[in-house]
Design a binder for this molecule. Structure first.
Ligand code: CO8
Length: 263
């Protein structure tokens, strides 16, 4: 389905219901220049429009880097408030469209995930790292700040104290420390296989349930518990009205595997 597409810095593959998006710009350790960011936005839109895709794995080509950040040579040409703000807004929009995909997304991190690269991984639902992965937000050491959502997503994920430590020191953490602080969900010697396995597990759920769970978590994140509960109840109501709910409960009672149709 993605055959007709020609990306310069990405590869988008489909394995049945699973899409694998690989950032492929090896000469710059997969760094995100504006062209690559725009292509990621296009790929995410295509995935969103393709009803046959049920989960996404996002990774970087090669073992040396997931993504070594925003492209520093491009960044170095920025020198005014307006162009900087525009670049940040454009990147944030791409990260938001990834985060808002109604299907599970998994970042598979081999090697460096730094700056904008870690922000890209943070826009995914979960993260899986190889034991040699290194993650950090070194923006302060370059005289900027994260601009693709890092100051907002990181504290929501790992808590304010841990996030401020990483943001203010700019230090890199290894896979083990990242696991300990909840920055990654799994560490595996074969992270891509592990990502496929977790994706398979997630795809056993009803697609509408997965989408509604993501929506409830996302919309509730900045609300009071009471307001979040209202959203949960609304979305729960939508779930019980689906035919997949009827199928899921019937299959349980019949002691067989459900066959979900996304309806
Ligand atoms: N941008 C551009 N080129 C890069 C980048 C990058 N982020 N990272 C690596 N490269 C290039 C190198 O310049 C080098 O190119 P060349 O071979 O032509 O010299 C090639 O990739 C290989 O890299 P190294 O030779 O440096 O490889 P090492 O193994 O020596 O080092 C590191 C690997 C440690 C990952 C090192 O490359 C490095 O520190 N890279 C930069 C990491 C970084 O600081 N990233 C954060 C960038 S800032 C950011 O992401 C801000 C995001 C928010 C933007 C918001 C916009 C408003």
């Amino acid at each position: 389905l993605f055959d007709e597409l020609e990306f310069s810095n990405l590869q988008l593959d489909q394995h049945g219901p699973l899409a694998v998006l690989t950032i492929n710009r090896p000469k710059a350790l997969n760094a995100l220049n504006t062209d690559t960011l725009a292509e990621i936005g296009q790929a995410v839109d295509l995935i969103a429009e393709n009803a046959d895709i049920s989960a996404l794995i996002l990774t970087g080509a090669g073992e040396k880097a997931f993504v070594a950040g925003a492209d520093i040579s491009e960044l170095s040409e920025m020198n005014n408030v307006y162009s900087g703000r525009e670049l940040s807004l454009g990147g944030q929009e791409v990260m938001q469209s990834l985060s808002n995909l109604p299907l599970p997304t998994i970042a598979c991190i081999q090697g460096f995930a730094l700056g904008g690269g870690l922000e890209l991984a943070l826009a995914c639902d979960i993260r899986i790292a190889s034991p040699r992965a290194r993650m950090g937000l070194p923006e302060a050491t370059l005289g900027v700040i994260p601009g693709f959502g890092g100051t907002q997503r990181l504290p929501r994920l790992i808590g304010m104290g841990r996030a401020l430590d990483l943001l203010l020191t700019g230090r890199q953490v290894d896979a083990e420390e990242a696991l300990q602080m909840g920055l990654v969900n799994y560490v595996s010697d074969e992270p891509l296989n592990k990502a496929r396995e977790v994706a398979e597990q997630m795809m056993r759920g009803a697609p509408i349930s997965l989408a509604l769970i993501k929506e409830a978590v996302r919309r509730g994140a900045h609300l009071s518990v009471e307001e979040g509960m209202e959203i949960e109840a609304d979305l729960f109501g939508m779930a019980v009205a689906t035919s997949d709910f009827a199928e899921g409960t019937r299959a349980f009672l019949d002691k067989r595997r459900p066959e979900f149709k996304g309806e």
